[in-house]
Every structure is written in structure tokens, then in C-alpha cells.
Design a protein around this ligand. Structure first.
Ligand code: BMA
Length: 360
């Protein structure tokens, strides 16, 4: 099996790895090994908090055993995605209603089960008071950098992120993916909302605060631009090798006005284009790579998992891919199959492929 997987994966093969000294080194090593062996771990956002038609209600005592992915495949995803949006204000719940106490317990449970946790962050807009998508001002990033009017307040925001990550456990390595989709202009830290230099300062400042001021050295830092970009755009806001462990990319299938079949074929081609340049960059910079967010909202292509997604990614050394959340309160907003959904058998078939990893 291993030989078959290696033969398929053109970008796979041994890498320069640091000796394993810390829990972070061990996770980096584990993820590099997946890539070398042509394996891709599957991840799902908010997997343990809710699904298409259920929701954890007893945040303190729920055993965290329910998962749409487990209902369909019999296995949990290797990667649990969580979002910290709202933590910066000291809120009890994130922007999608997930209590932070539940999130902490789920992160610990995921690790106990042998899995991995990744955190994204959709923070509010520190200048206008709006949400992460409030792009009404191009002064926001500037306002939180050194000397800016919101610098102090933003440090408090960062301290709340640090407190939460620290509370998961001192030796638990996690992936943190701040300031994502930074080439497009839909978040206040996006392409047209700050200069490349301001963006890089923001990323480095976040890294420096968590790593140096707070001593959180078990974080794997993921840089994840949106995927609809040219290779040179992808790196145009890169903060530097010292600050990044994983090169990620967010790329979704959109149907638009055409047919589902056309959109799916287009998506497959687009993913290959992106992952080809990402593979070259990951070798050049000796970094891990992943498909940090992906999916097709409502998954309207019956064999999307085995005929679109897996063939598009199998040749590339991505350590993992993560499909977005299955909202419990928006019936069309789901990115993994759920019990009773028409393409559930295809997702199960995907979970049984030799090169795709779930938690057994
Ligand atoms: C978006 C949507 C929103 C959600 C946000 C943060 O893609 O899923 O409904 O609030 O992510 O999780």
C-alpha cells in the first residue's frame, strides 16, 4: 500500500526534519511523515460541537461523542477545527455560539483520541466595533500596530487568545492559523485593507506575543491565504520562515451560474493548480503544507468525495485537509455528509481509501 501511495504522490518523499525535542517537533514530524507517505489526514470544522441537525446543549457534561463525520464513516476526523472568534472580547461563546469551555474540553478530548486540533480566528474589528468582515476602514491594521490608537486594547485581545491556548494544556501542540484569506479583501486584514508590510507586522507581532512574551512554543503556525491567487500573490504577504510552520490554503468549490459538473471539474483543476505551486514553495521553504479549508457547500455532486476531492489532492504532499462546518441552524450550510444525506455512502468510501486518514 505504501508503495502505491508513494507512486501516486509526486511531491512526496523524505524531507529535512529537525530532531524531535519538543511536543511541537513531534507534531511537525508526524505531519511530515503523513506527507512523505502520501497520506492525507481528514479534518472537519466544529465537528464535535454540532452537526446538520443536532447541537451539544450540556456544554459541561456532554461526552463529546457525537459527530456527523462519525455518524457517516464510523470514525472521527483526525483534525478538529475550532474558531476563536469572540475570545478577544472575553465572551463565553464564539461567533457561532460554541462555548469556549466546551471548545477547550473538545480540544483535550480530540488529543486524547489521538487527533490534532487547529484554531482559526475571526476576531471583531478593533477599530469600528464591527465583525471580522467589516471592511469599512483601511486603517484597522495600522491602528493596532506599534504606536496605533488601538495597540493596547489589541494586546489585551491577544492575551485572551494566549490564555485560552495555554489552558488546553502545557504540552499540547496545536495548529494556529490567524489572519487567513489575506489576499482577498473580505476581512479587515485583507489585501486592500492594509499594506503588505502592515500585514507582516501584524502576523509577526501575534507570533512574538504568543511565543516570546507568553512562552507558547507548542504552536504550529499556519499561513493560509485564499487560493484564488497567482503564486507570486500567495507569498506577497508572507511574514517569513521564522514565523510559519505550515503553508496552507483555503479553496472552495463554487457553482455560480453553470452546472454542478462544470463547477466540480473547474474546482479539481483549480486545486491542482494551487497545490502544484504550494508543493514547490513547501520544498523551497522546507515547510509542511495543508488544505486549511475546503469544501462544497451542500455537496451537490453525488460522488464529490471520491471523484472530485480525492483525485484533486492525492498527488500532493498535503498533510491534511479540512472541510468547513455543518451548521445546525442553516440547513444548506454544510461541508461534510451527515446521516441520511444522499452522498453519505461516497463520504464513507472516501474515509476507507488507503491514503486518507481518519481516527480509528
Ligand atoms: C463562515 C460561515 C459563517 C461562520 C464563519 C466563522 O465561513 O460558516 O457562518 O460564522 O465561517 O466560523
Amino acid at each position: 500500500m505504501l508503495l502505491a501511495a508513494l507512486a501516486l504522490c509526486v511531491g512526496c518523499g523524505p524531507r529535512d526534519k529537525k530532531p524531535m525535542e519538543t511536543p511541537k517537533d513531534e507534531l511537525v514530524h508526524r505531519l511530515f511523515t503523513y506527507a512523505e507517505e502520501g497520506k492525507i489526514a481528514y479534518g472537519h470544522q466544529d465537528d464535535l460541537f454540532y452537526g446538520h441537525n443536532w447541537l451539544v446543549t450540556d456544554a459541561e457534561n456532554d461526552p463529546l461523542e457525537r459527530s456527523d463525520v462519525k455518524d457517516v464513516t464510523g470514525k472521527y476526523p483526525v483534525i478538529l477545527g475550532c474558531d476563536l472568534g469572540g475570545i478577544e472580547l472575553g465572551a463565553d461563546e464564539n461567533l457561532d455560539g460554541v462555548p469556549f469551555d466546551l471548545m477547550r474540553r473538545a480540544a483535550q478530548k480530540q488529543v486524547e483520541r489521538g487527533g490534532i486540533v487547529t484554531f482559526s480566528w475571526h476576531p471583531r474589528n478593533p477599530l469600528t466595533g464591527g465583525d471580522a468582515w467589516d471592511v469599512s476602514s483601511d486603517q484597522v491594521v495600522k491602528s493596532i500596530l506599534k504606536g496605533g490608537e488601538k495597540e493596547r486594547e489589541f494586546r489585551t485581545w491577544l492575551s485572551r487568545v494566549a490564555d485560552f491556548l495555554e489552558s488546553i494544556g502545557p504540552d499540547v501542540p496545536v495548529v494556529f492559523r490567524p489572519w487567513h484569506e489575506n489576499i482577498g479583501s473580505w476581512f479587515w486584514w485583507g489585501g486592500k485593507l492594509c499594506s503588505a508590510q502592515e500585514y507582516q507586522e501584524l502576523y509577526r507581532m501575534t507570533w512574538l506575543y504568543l511565543t516570546k512574551d507568553r512562552g507558547l512554543t507548542n504552536i504550529l503556525w499556519c499561513y493560509s491565504p485564499n487560493g484564488d491567487v497567482k503564486p507570486e500573490e500567495y507569498m506577497s504577504r508572507y511574514p517569513g520562515d521564522e514565523f510559519v510552520d505550515i503553508l496552507g490554503v483555503d479553496s472552495y468549490e463554487y457553482v455560480g451560474n453553470g452546472t454542478v459538473a462544470d463547477a466540480s471539474a473547474r474546482f479539481k483543476g483549480e486545486l491542482r493548480r494551487i497545490l502544484t505551486f504550494l508543493t514547490a514553495l513547501s520544498y523551497e521553504h522546507n515547510k509542511l503544507m495543508c488544505l486549511s479549508e475546503t469544501g462544497y457547500e451542500g455537496i451537490k455532486y453525488p460522488t464529490w468525495w471520491t471523484e472530485i476531492l480525492e483525485p484533486a489532492v492525492r498527488e500532493y504532499p498535503i498533510s491534511y485537509l479540512l472541510t468547513w462546518r455543518n451548521a445546525h441552524d442553516k440547513p444548506e450550510h454544510f461541508y461534510a455528509a451527515w446521516k441520511g444525506f444522499e452522498n453519505e455512502a461516497d463520504m464513507k468510501a472516501f474515509s476507507e481509501l488507503d491514503n486518507i486518514l481518519f481516527l480509528d
